[in-house]
Design a protein. Structure first.
Length: 341
DNA sequence: TCTGGGGTCCTAGGACCC
DNA sequence: TCTGGGGTCCTAGGACCC
């Protein structure tokens, strides 16, 4: 028996949940995002595969999606429905007997001992489908990084294996942003250093990169490019470090008295959520996105960690007082950071 | 036609202390 | 009367992910 990591990723999860409860939408372009009105500010959470064929994708402004695919069905985000479906999926995964680490609504890592990981993966797909009607792709790897990267190559509804044996054959020639944790900005910085591909980054000097990109980031990037990852899959329950609420206004706010009123409403919601967790908050951070799109944050450390709503609201106001009030506000956010553990 | 909302982790720079 | 060097904590910003 060998230890394997499986990465399970639900296919077009949010759109698939919507189609499940509205079967007449099957096969149609479906776009979920914002409050479902594509004339408003908001972005696409998930597009169904038929919608993706029109060039609609996650993160795209809803207005752009509506222009690319006017015949799409636009639906509002229904968090509770997705959380409920997600809980069913995770329960089905745990029923497989594997150690399960939840990565998000629609993703999990499984650690399992088996001589036939592909057969285990097929079994997991069957369990998820039987329990929820949803399809998923499974990446099989000799560590979590390789399992995660395998999944993209098995979409949709497939199983794909990626290990040290074929790492460079599969990944070596790809640009560095194919790695999990390297985005457009880091890929550009690496390119400027002459490192365009995964293979080139894998052969780079870790100390040299540490000097240029930071003591932890540099060596980590080289290990990433080599496919190395010894982080174990953990079933330990998730403990959030922070909890926040933010809102983009449909119309920019230029009246700062109105900004303060909105802030207090957000702070009250955050305080409510903090009280619900029964874990004291140590600090409150306020985020302001000015028009057109400049974002600033300021924080206020509370006198002592607390779950008291009045103290959290007061902390938010104290942080807001650190902002310059010379521009209109597009987005306002409040985040509470929990005391240590 | 501008660019959501939920998070996490790392870095750099300043303050402060010995 | 010239001001080293190291460690640690705090804060704001950046990058990334789903």
């Amino acid at each position: 028996m060998t230890g394997w990591v499986l990465h399970v990723d639900l296919d077009q999860f949010v759109a698939a949940v919507e189609v499940l409860r509205r079967p007449e939408l099957a096969g149609r372009p479906v776009v979920v995002g914002g409050d479902g009105d594509p004339t408003k500010r908001g972005v696409v959470s998930t597009a169904s595969y038929p919608a993706r064929a029109y060039g609609v994708h996650s993160g795209q402004p809803l207005r752009v999606a509506a222009r690319k695919c006017p015949e799409a069905v636009f639906l509002p985000v229904d968090r509770e429905a997705y959380e409920a479906a997600s809980a069913q999926v995770m329960a089905a995964l745990r029923d497989s007997g594997a150690t399960v680490e939840v990565l998000g609504w629609d993703e999990a890592l499984l650690a399992v001992d088996t001589d036939d990981p592909e057969a285990f993966a097929r079994d997991v797909q069957r369990r998820v489908h039987d329990a929820t009607g949803l399809a998923c792709t499974v990446g099989v790897g000799d560590n979590r990084l390789r399992a995660k990267l395998a999944t993209e190559r098995g979409k949709p509804a497939g199983v794909f294996r990626l290990t040290a044996a074929d790492w460079y054959a599969v990944m070596g020639a790809l640009p560095t942003d194919a790695l999990w944790g390297v985005g457009a900005k880091t890929a550009r910085r690496l390119r400027e250093l002459g490192l365009s591909t995964v293979a080139e980054l894998a052969a780079a000097d870790a100390q040299d990169l540490a000097a240029r990109l930071g003591p932890a980031t540099g060596p980590w990037l080289v290990r990433l490019a080599r496919g190395e990852d010894d982080t174990p899959v953990s079933a330990a329950p998730y403990l959030a470090r922070s909890l926040g609420k933010e809102v983009t206004f449909q119309t920019d706010l230029d009246d700062w008295d109105a900004v303060r009123r909105e802030l207090l409403a957000l702070a009250a919601q955050v305080a409510d959520a903090v009280a619900g967790q029964d874990r004291p908050a140590a600090r409150v951070v306020v985020k302001v996105r000015y028009v057109p799109f400049t974002t600033r944050t300021h924080g206020h450390t509370l006198g002592e960690p607390t779950t008291d709503p009045a103290a959290i609201e007061h902390g938010a106001l104290a942080a807001l007082a650190l902002f310059s009030e010379d521009r209109a506000v597009r987005l306002l956010g409040v985040r509470a950071e929990f005391a240590d553990p």
